[in-house]
Write a protein that binds this ligand. Sequence first.
Ligand code: UGA
Length: 426
Amino acid sequence: MNVLVIGMGYVGTTTGLVLCEQGHKVIGLDIDKNKINSLNDGKLYFYEKGLDELLISHLNRENITFTTESMDAIQSSDIIFICVGTPKNEDGKADLQYVREVAMLIGRYINNYKLIVIKSTVPVGTAETVTNIIMENNRDHIPFDVVSNPEFLREGNALSDATNPDRIVIGSSNMEAAKMVSELFTKMTAPIVMTTSKTAELVKYASNSFLALKISFINELSTLCDRMNIDIDEISMGMGLDHRIGPYFLKAGLGYGGSCFPKDVDALLTTSKEYGVNLSILEQVVSINESKPLYFIEKVSRTLGELKNKRIAVLGLAFKSGTDDTRESPSLRIIEYLLNAQSIVRVHDPVVTTSMKEVEQFTNVIDTVRDVDAVLICTDWEEYKQLDWSKVKEVVKQPFVFDGRNILNKDELTKVGIHYYGIGKP
Ligand code: UGA
């Protein structure tokens, strides 16, 4: 099959390369020339482990090419995946501008039957909107089908999630078209859910919102654990062993960030209100999440006293480990609070370089923590787990470590003379 993937973000680039792995010829299309040039040169413009090797391998075998020329790309393909971004609008809704533009281009340039697959996270009813836009622009009434196929991969695990998904959800009003999409994934063993487009679209929002709910639940419980001197990680373990609950997404921390959960929970809330239903449970999920960075800072200031002129090391800028993405990263909120309190902020991240002028960034953790009054762990990078904390103890001014991700072992840090404060830890 000749497959076109439109939108070369995390989802589009990964989808394109995984389709190459399944034996298809792929064209990647994007309006951003810099992204396209970089991909054609075999360079990923974002950090995602394992994807760069795959990119080079498929470029060398001529299984994939990247272009900004939409007409040629659309006309030479049988199947078109829409993977463009759907960022949050001011009113909380998903912005469908890019999806609409792509639909218009497909309608304008369609030259023979096309199977159009929507992978972008889109509000319920978007498959219908896309169908209508293509029809309006499709003067010669060339046949096409639109199928919804939401993506569930995580940044930092993109490749393994995309090649070993838990399920494949395919929604369409035309079962033949849905079947054609399922045939693209015959090498995968995941169960396939065949349903309507609207259901597929809602499954995606429901999944992300439920995962966000699990995180907010455990984070709120961690506040109770703080007061009760109980270890939240032991609670998570005890709960997670019940297979009805499961151990995943029960790690207490600084709250969820990234480009998906915050946007998708808001979008589902907004949609539900449009239908006259108030999903108040999700309002709580959002408000608990928003409270976590400040709660963490309050913990720091209870120990350090006034934060003005205190030197603070913030370890980690990315919203989670395995990515260079800082969108909605709790770390940035924490830095903002520290700067407002006039602290002197020193930062480190193994892959992110900040453009913030008010902070000093170091490439080495020991240089970052030299002479500081406190060390704040804000991203769960492996590098911080592996640190020699006795070396940290030697160079800091005051040995206070606040672990916003519960990745360190309190006993080991205490042994070398560090005062350790976790989230929901005795
Ligand atoms: C999320 C979903 O997990 C994917 O299934 C989905 O495809 C994707 O959004 C999307 O819609 O595109 P992602 O945002 O890449 O993926 O990252 P996650 O691994 O889900 O983490 C989200 C946030 O939750 C991070 O800030 C992470 O630190 C936090 N988190 C996660 C916790 O605080 N505790 C946990 O136990 C798990």
